[in-house]
Ligand binder design. Structure first.
Ligand code: HEM
Length: 196
């Protein structure tokens, strides 16, 4: 993945766990770069090894770390040069969900080797017991294990638009014949709904 992803992971670790933990994580992961270069393409292995080493170092399971990383990624991207593009791609979580492929396609103009995921949105159909107004988000990627990252990203999008976002994974790629991950997503304006 492009260096920008590893830079965001570094920023999260330094923010939440401290500089010392980041140095130990790099050592454990066998990563010797002094700093990651935003536009340089690194092997996916680097990112997975860093996540594994962070889990060993902190005792926090990898899926939980990926979830936190998803939330963090949206605010990290928002602060950077592509923040404007992200905000212009949608005015709400649902709108941005529908625009993710177009947005990554625009980003690929600057990152030519980008291998972005692919998303498809459809309304959760009535009569299935699913809450009205909810959406189903299909997520396709050739990279394994990133579903918790997507859940965090959706929650991060909610924070961006001050919406409360509930996410439930309803299908997992490869399980019970599912060909992709599917999430049931429901948003409510912040402040409304139970427990908000
Ligand atoms: C300005 C905002 C964003 C930028 C600049 C950006 C850029 C990127 C980059 C550089 C990668 C690494 C892919 C590669 O190097 O091949 C990536 C991966 C990914 N992005 Fe985005 N992204 C943004 C926002 C989002 C949002 C809001 C979502 C919400 C779902 C999202 C979903 C993902 C996922 C799930 C991956 C992991 C790769 C995979 O699943 O195969 N991104 N993105």
């Amino acid at each position: 993945m492009y260096g920008m992803v590893n830079q965001a992971l570094e920023a999260l670790v330094r923010d939440k766990f401290g500089d010392g933990v980041w140095e130990s994580v790099k050592l454990k992961a066998g990563v010797h770069e002094v700093a990651f270069v935003t536009m340089h393409e690194y092997s996916d292995e680097v990112t997975y090894k860093l996540a594994g080493a962070l889990s060993d170092e902190t005792g926090v399971p990898v899926p939980e770390l990926l979830h936190a990383f998803g939330i963090y990624w949206v605010s990290f991207a928002d602060r950077g040069p592509w923040g404007k593009l992200m905000r212009e791609s949608g005015q709400s979580t649902y709108e941005l969900m529908a625009a993710l492929d177009a947005m990554h396609a625009r980003i690929a103009m600057s990152f030519p080797a980008l291998k972005p995921p692919s998303f498809r949105v459809r309304p959760a159909t009535a009569g299935t017991g699913e809450p009205s107004g909810a959406m189903l988000l299909e997520y396709r990627s050739h990279r394994p294990g990133l579903a918790p990252f997507v859940v965090g990203l959706l929650e991060g999008m909610g924070q961006l638009y001050q919406e409360r976002v509930e996410v439930k994974q309803v299908a997992a790629k490869g399980e019970a014949g599912a060909e992709c991950d599917v999430f049931l997503v429901r948003t409510t304006a912040n402040g409304s709904g139970a427990g908000a």
